[in-house]
Design a protein around this ligand. Structure first.
Ligand code: FAD
Length: 460
């Protein structure tokens, strides 16, 4: 029998820790939940996100699709309750290619996602007997939009998306996808958790007390104070510092970090339609330079990388309402593992590189190459496990849990991940995907051997 009066301390009031507090208090009635964070809630990584969501995770098995489907179910339920206060939309993710050879892999990906539970695939090849392609509504989260549309007829593609590069030949429109305000969502969860009894303490977790191998308290220090909060349970939701916090209990976590930046672009010419979906270029590319510029850049060791091939995956979406000029653009082209340092290091080339890359997708953006609007870049770290799946569940110290490694999907996964964590803590029945995210999965040598051969096709 679980003692639900026992205090639980959660280290980290990012989206992971807040969602965990919400589930424990609101859905399980756990009384004494304390969120400890040295920063303002949601201010380290969780407010740097593109705030997008998708059930589009074709992979080696259906675990990620199952987790995300459950998370989107929960997001929809919460949006119903709060009258869509966090502005969830269902615009979809549009993966576009200009390479006829890539069309086959888009089709295969769609078929795999369908088999793994992402919903039915509809093909649009320009035949008269086909069901018509329906663009997504700008607002709301119409539950009918599921699965994916394969737009294999270039005329149909350019009819609906006339702003795309003329040589685009096909696209895959994944439908149970879109975006929402992560800040409003997180604040809403926090407010509900607070009303149900959760407390927020501003301070740094500096140690976890263990007696006889089990958690008995959490040491916290803040401006001019130091205290030990008595607690039989402790959740490590420390985002990019989850490994430090694990070390406090003598544990190691299999984590590494990538720096991911985001360009907030003022599109004052209105090139990107305000009702556009998430636009993703599925092809690698070379940046658009004149012959002279290319020759100049190729001369120097420092600038040669600018004429090399860049990876697939540049993406953008409009941000804000109809009158907003803002578009978000991202391109993870430097993803080598790094140590998380705050404030994040600056990358002066990022805005121009991203704009040039995006102009390959939406050629009218080239109008900005001469006089680029003042760029604003922010970002944070993707905290990742080797196979890019989160850690959710108990640790090998009694009373300790982890809810971390949310990579580029923490906002979209938070609801189902928190539900899963709360099920571990309260000993409620676990969903089918629990083992895929359990921290002890690395003890299974067969699993470790298997995932080394996985390829991550959907890294966005
Ligand atoms: C550029 C970018 C784009 C992204 N786009 C998306 C997207 O479109 N969709 C999506 O779902 N996800 C996206 N993500 C990922 C998402 O933002 C993260 O997965 C998520 O925010 C991680 O949340 P978290 O709570 O684990 O970590 P964080 O938000 O970093 O929170 C961790 C908290 O722990 C606190 N903490 C750490 N150590 C201590 C300590 N010792 N004591 C006290 N407090 C401590 C920190 O202060 C921090 O507040 C993106 C991320 C980036 C960087």
């Amino acid at each position: 029998m679980v003692n639900m009066t026992e205090p639980i301390v959660i280290c980290g009031a990012g989206i992971a820790g807040i969602a965990a507090a919400y589930h424990l208090t609101v859905h399980h009635g756990w009384r004494d939940v304390v969120l400890v964070d040295e920063r303002a809630p949601l201010s380290l990584t969780s407010d740097k996100s593109t705030e997008a969501y998708r059930n589009w995770w074709p992979g080696p098995d259906n675990a990620m699709i199952a987790l995300m489907n459950r998370s989107i179910d929960l997001l929809e339920e919460m949006a119903d309750v709060c009258d869509n206060c966090f502005l969830m939309n269902r615009r979809g993710y549009l993966y576009i290619t200009a390479d006829p050879a890539r069309v086959k892999s888009l089709v295969q990906m769609a078929e795999r996602a369908e088999q793994q539970g992402a919903g039915p695939v509809r093909r649009h090849e320009g035949r008269v007997d086909e069901a018509p392609y329906q663009p997504s509504p700008s607002h709301g989260y119409d539950r009918e939009f599921i699965g994916a549309d394969l737009i294999l007829d270039p005329d149909l593609l350019h009819h609906h998306y006339p702003y795309l590069a003329e040589d685009a030949v096909a696209a895959l429109h994944a439908r149970r996808c879109g975006w929402f305000s992560g800040q409003v969502f997180g604040q809403w969860l926090l407010e509900q958790a607070r009303r149900a009894g959760a407390r927020v303490v501003t301070g740094r977790v500096t140690g976890v007390d263990l007696v006889g191998g089990r958690v008995t308290g959490v040491q916290v220090s803040g401006a001019g104070y130091r205290e030990t909060i008595a607690a039989g349970r402790f959740v490590n939701a420390a985002g990019p510092f989850a490994h430090h916090v694990a070390n406090m209990m003598g544990l190691e976590l299999p984590l590494f970090h990538e720096l991911h930046l985001k360009l907030n672009f003022t599109d004052h010419l209105g090139v990107i339609p305000r009702d556009a979906p998430m636009i993703i270029w599925a092809d690698p590319q070379h940046l658009l330079w004149s012959d002279e510029e290319r020759a100049f850049l190729a001369q120097s060791e420092e600038t040669r990388w600018l004429v090399d091939e860049f990876p697939a995956g540049i993406h953008c979406r409009p941000e804000g309402g109809r009158d907003s000029p803002i578009a978000l653009m991202l391109w993870p082209y430097h993803t080598e593992p790094v140590k998380p340092i705050f404030p994040i290091p600056e990358d002066p080339e990022y805005p121009e590189v991203v704009l040039r890359g995006m102009a390959r997708v939406i050629p009218a953006l080239s109008a900005y190459l001469e006089h680029m609007p003042k760029p604003f870049v922010d970002g944070g770290y993707y905290t990742k496990t080797p196979e890019n799946r989160p850690l959710i569940g108990p640790l090998p110290v009694e009373g300790a849990y982890v809810m971390a490694a949310f990579s580029g999907f923490g906002l979209m996964a938070a609801a189902a991940a928190a539900e899963l964590l709360a099920a571990h803590i309260t000993e409620a029945p676990l969903p089918s995907y629990a083992a895929s995210f359990h921290p002890a999965r690395y003890d299974d040598i067969d699993y470790v051997t298997r995932f080394k051969h996985w390829t991550d096709e959907t890294e966005l």
